[in-house]
Design a protein around this ligand. Structure first.
Ligand code: B1M
Length: 210
């Protein structure tokens, strides 16, 4: 039986090998990717966040936990492939300028790919101009922006304005998300959609491309 408590603890200690082994065992037991994420990995990352906030741990410990999280999450990717009808559409995704957090963005990407969408990943610290250039090059239908810092989420408004200025605002949907982002913020900056988690982001993207 999968021991989610042990998975969470291994993640907190940054034991990537143990995390990947436990994730694989859980997969082999037939547990869904969503359950593995929600019961094992996300709680571990939340505890890391609390300890980080309280100065009980520092950046290196957070980084090794983040690495373990990313490695475990990568194993879940094949499970996220939706067997249903494949959506057609292109998404340009990135974490906004000044922000280096990529775990949530990577999950959104995986879930969108699982739904059949083509995802162009610009990585982290992405400027408004980079989103616009990538949209022009790829003919993207959707721009997906992630932010984890209250100081960087304001960069999302710059992305919306950059698409306005480039005359492309009508040809793309701009989706926003990340822990500090809210529906109210989305409305204020004139983005098209806010979703709270990766699965809802993928569903919304499919709805836009349908
Ligand atoms: Co940073 N960090 N961090 N950090 N970090 C937070 C975000 C923080 C809340 C920690 C805390 O104080 N409790 C805090 C932000 C405070 C604030 O602004 N309100 C913080 C801080 C302050 C910082 C630094 C400034 C610390 C410093 O240097 N003094 C610094 C900033 C660096 C920078 O970006 N310029 C920093 C650095 C780092 C690390 C590099 C060490 C590391 C990132 C490693 C990496 O990502 N590769 C890190 C981490 C790991 C965290 C915490 C612990 C975990 C974040 C995470 O990955 N969560 C975080 C505390 C916390 O969140 N509890 C914290 C798991 C992930 C799956 O969730 O990304 O929210 P999340 O994604 C969710 C949803 O939000 C949603 O889907 C996902 C789930 O389904 N979602 C979307 C995300 N993007 C979406 C896009 C969408 C839709 C949904 O549509 C497009």
């Amino acid at each position: 039986m999968a021991d989610f408590e042990q998975m969470s603890l291994a993640l907190q200690k940054g034991k990537a090998k143990d995390v990947t082994e436990m994730v694989q065992e859980a997969i082999d037991e037939g547990i869904s990717a969503e359950e593995i994420l929600n019961r094992g990995m996300m709680p571990g990352m939340s505890i890391i966040g609390e300890k980080f906030k309280n100065n009980e741990i520092y950046v290196p410990e957070v980084l090794i936990a983040a690495r373990a999280m990313n490695m475990g999450a990568a194993l879940l990717k094949p499970l996220l492939v939706d067997e249903g009808v494949k959506a057609k559409g292109k998404v340009v995704i990135g974490t906004v300028k000044g922000d280096l957090h990529d775990i949530g963005k990577n999950l959104v990407k995986m879930m969108m790919e699982g739904k059949g969408l083509e995802v162009i990943d610009l990585g982290t610290d992405v400027s408004p101009e980079q989103y616009v250039d990538a949209a022009k090059e790829s003919g993207a239908d959707i721009i997906a922006c992630s932010a984890l810092l209250t100081t960087t989420m304001t960069g999302m408004e710059k992305v919306v304005k950059a698409f306005d200025q480039a005359g492309l605002r009508e040809s793309v949907k701009i989706m926003v998300g990340g822990a500090p982002v809210t529906q109210n913020f989305c409305d204020t900056i004139g983005a098209d959609a806010y979703t709270a988690d990766a699965a809802s982001a993928a569903d919304q993207a499919v709805a836009y491309c349908g």
